[in-house]
Design a protein around this ligand. Sequence first.
Ligand SMILES: *Cc1c(COP(=O)(O)O)cnc(C)c1O
Length: 392
Amino acid sequence: MSKSIKVVQSQRLGALPPYLFARLDELKQEALSRGVDIIDLGIGDPDLPTPAPIIERLYTAAQDPANHRYPSYVGMLAFREAVANWFKQRYHVQLDPKSEIVSLIGSKEGIAHIPLAFVNPGDVVLVPDPGYPVYQSSTIFAGGIPCIMPLLPENNFLPDLDAIDKNMLAKAKLMFINYPNNPTAAIASREYLQSVIDFAYKHNIILCQDAAYNEMGYDDYKPLSILELDGGRDVAIEFHSFSKTFNMTGWRLGFAVGNKDIVQGLGKIKTNVDSGVFQAVQWAGIEALKHYNEFVPTFCKTFASRSAIIIAGLQKLGFQINYSKATFYLWIRVPKGFDSTGFCLHLLDQAGIIVTPGVGFGQYGEGFFRIATTVPQERLYEALERIRKVVL
Ligand SMILES: *Cc1c(COP(=O)(O)O)cnc(C)c1O
């Protein structure tokens, strides 16, 4: 007879919002097993391969026994220096590699850990909705209280700072923003970002800018770093990622930069939970940054031309699209008569197309769906043709 203990999950796991994408995943697997030719526009994961020189560098670094040992918690100095050099060229900001940069096992890791460094139980964290779900779950894990900042179309999907509840604001310790934005593809102007910095300073809030899409600007649009602006360094930490920039989602490499007390607080958490990034991966990252100007504009061109195909095709069919000059996402209103989950299930069922229901990113995502242009052109044309049949 087998006996087992009674396994009860912690309250913090119970407090997480439901994972709405799970059902869609199941339905996708079901359709695949029936042999349906699925076009997956659901996941924000580039289909393009990592450039060969980056892979070569991993290969040579992996052969060096010096890289087989525990890495440093905060990243090799050579990696942090490479980040500082790149940051200077890209954003004209001089960072101190020793105190203002920490390596991350993907930027998600840093975002998931930052509340543990600064949020006490009962403290408030300002989180955008719709948004990357990790802002909320990491807040909950730290015992913090998420305070939703709705991203509304009438505000160009930027939080309305004046609308934040005053009682919540008084208890706010941290604030997450993410521009260029997932899932809405919105961008933030210099003026807007400056107003957020001033707001954070006034209310003594640590500003966490998720810059995962900062290198995915199109048509000469170059997203700003929060650290370029007046006072940015006094209030902010910024999370950067190799994932979308260099088609390296599987490699797990990112870094955080910013105010040294904030960066070092995060570093202290990391010292206690992980042991850093495999050094061979850091060497590959150094190689990637070295070739930034060579690789990145080509990728951006590819995603920009894919976006243009979808925009033109869907507008012809009467869809209302919020698109911008950044990210590989399109944020689109669902047709009348559907809610966002209903429309996505309909597309899967009738057209074998996977898109993401807006409500999966929070209640204010209701009424929208997200397309990620992470399939080749021919498949986008095929998807448009199938959608045309479904909506007509
Ligand atoms: C993809 C993504 C990340 C995480 O990227 P990593 O692979 O962990 O570096 C962070 N924020 C947003 C908004 C993302 O879409």
